[in-house]
Design a protein around this ligand. Structure first.
Ligand SMILES: Cc1cc2nc3c(=O)[nH]c(=O)nc-3n(C[C@H](O)[C@H](O)[C@H](O)COP(=O)(O)O)c2cc1C
Length: 226
């Protein structure tokens, strides 16, 4: 497992978030010439990163809990100069992998949809992929799973990237996110990704719940510490 030390922070009641391998440091802006380090020991090493955020909630920007946390993360990342591309998996035209193997795990998909034409080019040049989901029956949303399965067409080209996972859930029991966290960690391992942050926002089933929680600050800080 290539994750570094976990820091567990206890939030509201039994809510907890886990932040791994992400050194929260200064939020100095990255220099325009892309050469000056913004923060010693930061994930980017001071280089401007291309970041792809994949939202997957069917709820609107104003209602969604996971989009709220994604927006906080994006604000933090943009505040220090990173480039962020956002893909809306719930509202774009996407198709689930058919397992036809026409791509040979290393080429164009048979579907010329938004995943192939809009998302994949951005993912291929990205340094960091951010998966964002509401918890659906203790896993990721179907909208996000469709995207993940389509990694198949570029498995090796998508390997070696940095990754972050942000998830929200109604329940606040300490086992709420266990299955999804395990799935994410397995994906990180298989894809040879470097996990640089995780937000497991339990007890955040509605917009008012997530806005009252400390997870917004957490998501912002992860973005601003990159
Ligand atoms: C189909 C469905 C399945 C859900 N499954 C779970 C679940 O297993 N555990 C849980 O705590 N919350 C579950 N929830 C609640 C959502 O995870 C929670 O309300 C989340 O904040 C929604 O995020 P969003 O507003 O970004 O879509 C489920 C909600 C839906 C609609």
């Amino acid at each position: 497992m290539n994750r570094r030390t976990f820091i567990k922070v206890v939030g509201l009641g039994s809510i907890a978030f886990y932040l791994s391998g992400c050194a929260i440091s200064t939020t100095e802006k990255i220099s325009d010439d892309n050469t000056e380090a913004s923060a010693q020991g930061s994930v980017s090493g001071g280089k401007r990163m291309n970041i792809v955020v994949i939202n997957s909630s069917p709820h609107s920007e104003a209602q969604s809990t996971s989009r709220y946390l994604a927006a906080k993360f994006i604000q933090g990342a943009r505040d220090i100069g990173h480039e962020v591309f956002v893909f809306d998996a719930a509202n774009e035209k996407t198709n689930p992998c058919r397992g036809c193997d026409q791509c040979g795990m290393d080429g164009a998909c048979i579907f010329d949809d938004a995943i192939e034409t809009k998302l994949m080019p951005e993912m291929l040049k990205a340094d960091l992929l951010v998966l964002v989901t509401p918890l659906y029956y203790f896993g990721m949303s179907a909208q996000l799973k469709i995207i993940v399965d389509r990694f198949y067409s570029r498995t090796s080209k998508l390997s070696g990237k940095k990754s972050i996972m942000i998830a929200t859930a109604w329940n606040s029991a300490d086992w709420t996110m266990e299955a999804l966290q395990k799935h994410y960690e397995t994906l990180v391992r298989y894809m040879s990704w470097q996990d640089v942050g995780q937000v497991w926002a339990t007890g955040c089933g509605s917009r008012s719940m997530v806005e009252r929680s400390e997870f917004g600050d957490t998501a912002y800080k992860i973005g601003a510490a990159l």
